[in-house]
Design a protein around this ligand. Structure first.
Ligand code: PLP
Length: 306
């Protein structure tokens, strides 16, 4: 499965995949001046449905606002309709959807007001980002030597392209060390998030997660919070230290690309029984049904494409 598709949506038009390219002097490429979203569409009995599309479209425009874009010619409805049109045009049952709002010209003086924004939406078939086998087995992670962004250095609520250099540094280090994901601590030393996922831990029947202050307000995090509450778990937002992870019964991470994945080992310490734990699997199962429109109370999260 590659990243190929038939069409990429570019400023309101569907452009053939092969010719949907940008110039080498696109400022977004030089300065990371772009904001993006990661969304998934799933196969349901009523055709493909995009999971929580409106919330993703809203976050894209919020990221743009945080980045300082002004008077953008795009609305949440434009993003919602553009994403649905792109999924339909490409004929995928299930796919990943990547809207990117980028500086396509100008702003070489580093002033965003001097730049020209453009919006593109691409889709491709992308299996679980951390590997299908990790759903049952869980993955191994380490605490990164890289600190997550300070909220006043890089804006942690925005999916700004340039912010992801921090994720690339951490993820590359972890994979080279033989792990599958990096857990990043915030500048105070508490657990923040992973390179592309939010984190939860379960201990003695309760579920804990870091507050949203230093991390991305994940849409999957919100779904998991809701599902866990509905399953009867108390979910507490708290500062979490590194050693609280070591002593947890279970630790799991969640995000659109990775979905819900247990951590079986952190820093060479087995977590729980060293597999994906019971709470993780219970939540994972409900999440997998919800994204495919199989749970009536969460069907409102599915935006049907047809
Ligand atoms: C740094 C970071 N944290 C958390 C998440 C999870 O966010 P979401 O559940 O909205 O995909 C992502 C994924 O986009 C991310 O990049």
């Amino acid at each position: 499965m590659g990243m190929e598709s038939k069409f990429i949506w570019s400023d309101g038009k569907l452009v053939e995949y092969e010719i949907a390219t940008v110039h080498m002097l696109t400022p977004a490429m030089h300065y990371g001046a772009a904001v993006f979203e990661g969304i998934r569409a799933y196969k349901t009995d009523k055709g493909p449905a995009v999971f929580r599309l409106r919330e993703h479209a809203e976050r894209l425009l919020e990221s743009a606002e945080i980045m300082g874009f002004r008077n953008l010619p795009y609305t949440v409805d434009d993003v919602v309709n553009g994403a649905k049109e792109t999924v339909r045009a490409n004929g995928f049952d299930e796919c990943y959807i990547r809207p990117l709002l980028y500086l396509s010209g100008g702003a070489w003086n580093l002033n965003i007001d001097a730049g020209k924004p453009a919006l593109m939406i691409a889709v491709w078939q992308w299996a679980n980002y951390l590997g299908e086998e990790s759903l049952a087995k869980g993955i191994r992670a380490n605490i990164s030597s890289y600190t997550r962004h300070h909220p006043n250095v890089s804006m942690t609520k925005a999916k700004i392209a340039g912010n992801y250099v921090n994720s690339i540094l951490a993820k590359t280090e972890s994979v080279r060390l033989g792990f599958e994901e990096a857990i990043m601590l915030d500048p105070q030393g508490y657990v923040a998030e992973c390179t592309g996922e939010n984190l939860f831990l379960a201990r003695k029947g309760k579920i804990f997660t870091p507050s949203t202050a230093p991390v991305l307000e994940g849409i999957t995090r919100h779904s998991i919070y809701t599902i866990a509450n509905d399953l009867g778990y108390e979910v507490v937002e708290a500062a979490i230290s590194r050693d609280q992870l070591y002593n947890a019964d279970e630790v799991f991470v969640c995000g659109t690309a990775a979905e819900v994945i247990g951590l079986c080992e952190i820093d060479f310490r087995k977590i729980g029984d060293g597999t994906s734990g019971k709470v993780t699997r219970e939540i994972q199962n409900v999440y997998h049904d919800a994204i495919r429109g199989k749970v009536a109370k969460y069907e409102g999260w599915c935006e049907y494409v047809g």
